[in-house]
Design a protein around this ligand. Structure first.
Ligand SMILES: NC(=O)c1ccc[n+]([C@@H]2O[C@H](COP(=O)([O-])OP(=O)(O)OC[C@H]3O[C@@H](n4cnc5c(N)ncnc54)[C@H](O)[C@@H]3O)[C@@H](O)[C@H]2O)c1
Ligand SMILES: [Zn+2]
Length: 341
C-alpha cells in the first residue's frame, strides 16, 4: 500500500492506494458513521461494509441531483446524524461526488471519506476536492470544493467492474501520463496487456502515478484558475462529442485527445511521431481514435463550450509526451484541422 497527501484549502486529504475496503473500519469512527453507496456496489460488497447504517442510492448520471441529496438529508436526520458524525461514500464517481456534497453541506459540513470503487473515481473523481450534482441537465452545476479526509483505492474491487467502465478509467490514466509524465506513458505502452488484465502490481502503479499527477496539479491550483485546466486535456472536444452523441466519457475523451494532438502537430508544437504514439496507446487500451459523427454538430457544441472566449477556445495542447500547454485557438483553425481528420 502507498500513501499520498493532497493539500486542500480546508484540509489535507490522505489517499491510500492498495488499501482494502475490509480495513476501512480503522479509518472511521464506526459507531458514528453513515455509509452512502449505490445499488450495484451494495449488491457486490455490502457484506464487506463496516456495521453502520447504509443509504443506498440508484445508479447513473440521472440520480446525481438535488432530489437525491434531499432524500439523503432526510435519511441522515432519521439516523440522528450529528456534527460529530462521519459520512463514508463507497462507490464510483457518482457516489463520491454526491457524498462530498452532502457531507459538506449537511449541518454546514461534517467529516467524510471515500472508498473508491471504479478505476475512474480512483484516478480522477475522488482526487481533487470537487463535489457536486447536476442541475437542470447541466453537469456538476451545483457543488463545493472540499477534500475528503481519506480516499481508499482498493484494486480488488475493480475485478467486478464492467469492461466499459474500466475503459473510462484508462482514458483518464492516459490523459494524466500525456500531460504530466513521459516515463509513465512509456510504462503503460510496455505494460498495456497487464494493465487490461488488472495485474495488481501494474494497476496499483498506474493508479498511484495518476493520483500523483492529478494531486500535484490540484495542489498548485485547487480552484482551477490556471494549471488545473491542463486536466481538461481531451475534454474540450470530448465534451462536445458527448453532447452530440451518447458516447461513454472515456471514448469521447480518447477521441478528444487524438484531436488535441492533431491540433498540437498542426501548430508545430508536437511531433507527428508522438501523436501516433498517443493514438497507438489509446487503441491498445481499446479506446477509439475517431468516431463517425457529423462534424458540424460537434463544432456547434464546441461553440457553446463554457471555455470559449470570443471566437476562440482555450485548448490544452501537447508540446511533448508529458508536457501540456494551454493556448487560445480560433474556431476557424479548429474547423480546418477537423476537416483533415
Ligand atoms: N469530482 C471530480 O473531480 C470528478 C472527476 C471526474 C468525474 N467525476 C464524476 O464522476 C462520475 C463518473 O464516475 P464513475 O465513472 O465512477 O461512474 P459511476 O459512479 O456511475 O460508476 C460506474 C458504474 O459502475 C458501478 N460500479 C461501481 N463500482 C463498482 C464495482 N467495484 N464493481 C461493479 N460495479 C461497480 C456503478 O454502480 C455504476 O453503474 C460522473 O458523474 C462525473 O461527473 C467527478
Ligand atoms: Zn474525464
Amino acid at each position: 500500500m502507498k500513501l499520498l497527501k493532497v493539500r486542500g484549502s480546508l484540509r489535507e486529504s490522505a489517499i491510500y492506494v492498495g488499501e482494502t475496503l475490509r480495513n476501512v473500519s480503522g479509518y472511521i469512527p464506526v459507531e458514528r458513521t453513515v455509509i452512502i453507496t449505490d445499488s450495484n456496489v451494495a449488491a457486490h460488497y455490502l457484506g464487506d461494509f463496516p456495521p453502520c447504517p447504509v443509504i443506498t442510492i440508484g445508479v447513473g448520471e440521472k440520480i446525481k441531483t438535488l432530489e437525491t441529496v434531499k432524500e439523503i438529508f432526510a435519511r441522515l436526520l432519521e439516523f440522528g446524524t450529528q456534527r460529530s458524525s462521519f459520512i463514508l461514500g463507497i462507490g464510483g464517481g457518482i457516489v463520491c461526488d454526491i457524498t462530498g456534497f452532502v457531507a459538506s453541506t449537511y449541518l454546514r459540513g461534517i467529516r467524510f471519506g471515500f472508498v473508491s470503487t471504479t478505476l475512474l473515481s480512483q484516478v480522477d473523481a475522488s482526487v481533487g476536492g470537487k463535489n457536486g450534482v447536476n442541475f437542470e441537465g447541466y453537469k456538476n452545476m451545483v457543488g463545493v470544493f472540499n477534500q475528503p479526509e481519506f480516499v481508499i483505492c482498493d484494486m480488488e474491487l475493480l475485478r467486478t467492474l464492467p469492461e466499459n467502465e474500466l475503459v473510462n478509467g484508462f482514458g483518464e490514466i492516459v490523459k494524466h501520463a500525456a500531460i504530466g509524465d513521459k516515463n509513465m506513458f512509456a510504462y503503460i505502452e510496455d505494460q498495456c496487456d497487464k494493465a487490461l488484465a488488472l495485474n495488481p502490481e501494474v494497476i496499483e502503479k498506474l493508479v498511484y502515478d495518476s493520483v500523483v499527477i492529478k494531486s500535484g496539479v490540484v495542489n498548485r491550483d485547487e480552484k482551477e484558475t490556471g494549471e488545473r485546466r491542463k486536466l481538461n486535456f481531451g475534454h474540450t472536444f470530448g465534451h462536445a462529442i458527448e453532447k452530440t452523441i451518447q458516447a461513454p466519457h472515456g471514448e469521447a475523451i480518447s477521441v478528444g485527445m487524438v484531436f488535441a494532438a492533431a491540433l498540437s502537430v498542426k501548430r508545430g508544437l508536437f511531433s507527428q511521431k508522438n501523436a501516433d504514439r498517443l493514438t497507438g496507446l489509446l487503441e491498445k487500451l481499446k479506446l477509439p481514435a475517431s468516431f463517425d459523427i457529423n462534424m458540424d454538430d460537434v463544432l456547434d457544441a464546441l461553440g457553446k463550450d463554457k471555455k470559449r472566449e470570443g471566437d476562440s477556445i482555450h485548448f490544452i495542447l501537447l508540446e511533448d509526451i508529458g508536457k501540456a500547454v494551454i493556448q487560445e485557438i480560433p474556431i476557424t483553425e479548429i474547423e480546418t484541422v477537423l476537416k483533415t481528420m
